[in-house]
Design a protein around this ligand. Structure first.
Ligand code: DGL
Length: 277
């Protein structure tokens, strides 16, 4: 086997602060069915969305080091908070293609908007980094970006309140100002938000396009792998595990959540000590 063929057969490393990145992993599984995935969820240290950029960078570096021990061919930062704070550090330090979820989402929103009014909803860390606004305005200087941190959405999703009057009430309060400004495009800038997409869509109304960065990230990953000649050309043979999951704590809870959103039933998630990396 040539070195290039060996590279192509390697898995893709995907990481998140916990379970949310599974929405990105799910899109990669759908759009790139031949690719193997090694997923790491930092369940011991979640949430990242309320932490400082320094801490998020430190955690992301450790995870990138762990993923490299798993011989991955590319790394997908499936967490918006980690993408916002750590992508530049990882791009400088890691010699592998790195894909984040923010750039693909920003790019899609710029092509989708007609009135140049784009909303971004995300965690406090993502909104505080200002990165969505920066990427959007780099591509369209006339775009007006209205950003809103929605910190309660993550616990609501993790509590399973996907279709619930409590979620409707909170979403109504968060989204009112975006409706008042008249945005026509809304980026779901946090891994958990696509899970409550129908609630958000109902409140925003039909005139607002919802952008799911998970979908765009998988598309971007596909073109990057093609461009670099790294796309796996066949589904791995029998006996090769297609997807492997690692967490830093509470594997059972992770597994339960994963099974509720992935069509592929996961076998097990292994706990590792991420502080060793
Ligand atoms: N995965 C995080 C994000 O997309 C949400 C959960 C957290 O705050 O860690 O920003």
């Amino acid at each position: 086997m040539s070195e290039q063929e060996e590279m192509r057969d390697r898995p893709i490393g995907v990481f998140d602060s916990g379970v949310g990145g599974l929405t990105v992993a799910r899109e990669i599984m759908r759009q790139l069915p031949n690719e193997r995935i090694v997923y790491f969820g930092d369940t011991a240290r979640v949430p990242y969305g309320s932490k400082s950029p320094e801490t998020i960078i430190k955690f992301s570096r450790q995870i990138a080091r762990f993923l490299q021990t798993q011989n991955v061919k590319a790394i997908v930062i499936a967490c918006n908070s980690a993408s916002s704070c750590a992508v530049e550090a990882l791009e400088r330090e890691v010699e592998l293609p790195i894909i984040d979820v923010v750039r693909p989402g920003a790019k899609t929103a710029v092509s989708a908007t007609k009135n140049n009014k784009i909303g971004v909803i995300a965690t406090e860390a993502t909104i505080g980094s200002g990165i969505y606004s920066r990427y959007i305005q780099e591509q369209n200087a006339d775009a007006m970006v209205l950003s809103k941190a929605c910190p309660l959405f993550v616990p609501l999703v993790e509590e399973g309140l996907w279709e619930d009057p409590v979620t409707d009430e909170i979403a109504g309060r968060y989204l009112t100002e975006l409706i008042d400004v008249g945005i026509d495009t809304l980026i779901l800038g946090c891994t958990h938000y696509p899970i409550i997409r129908s609630t958000i869509g109902r409140i925003m109304g039909d005139g607002v396009t919802l952008v799911n960065p998970a979908y765009e990230t998988a598309r971007e990953l596909k073109s990057l792998l093609q461009e670099k000649g790294l796309e796996s050309s066949h589904r791995p043979g029998l006996g090769t595990e297609l997807y492997r999951f690692f967490v830093s704590d509470a594997a059972d809870k992770f597994q339960k959540f994963a099974n509720s959103i992935l069509t592929y039933g996961i076998l097990s998630a292994k706990v590792i000590n991420i502080d060793e990396y």
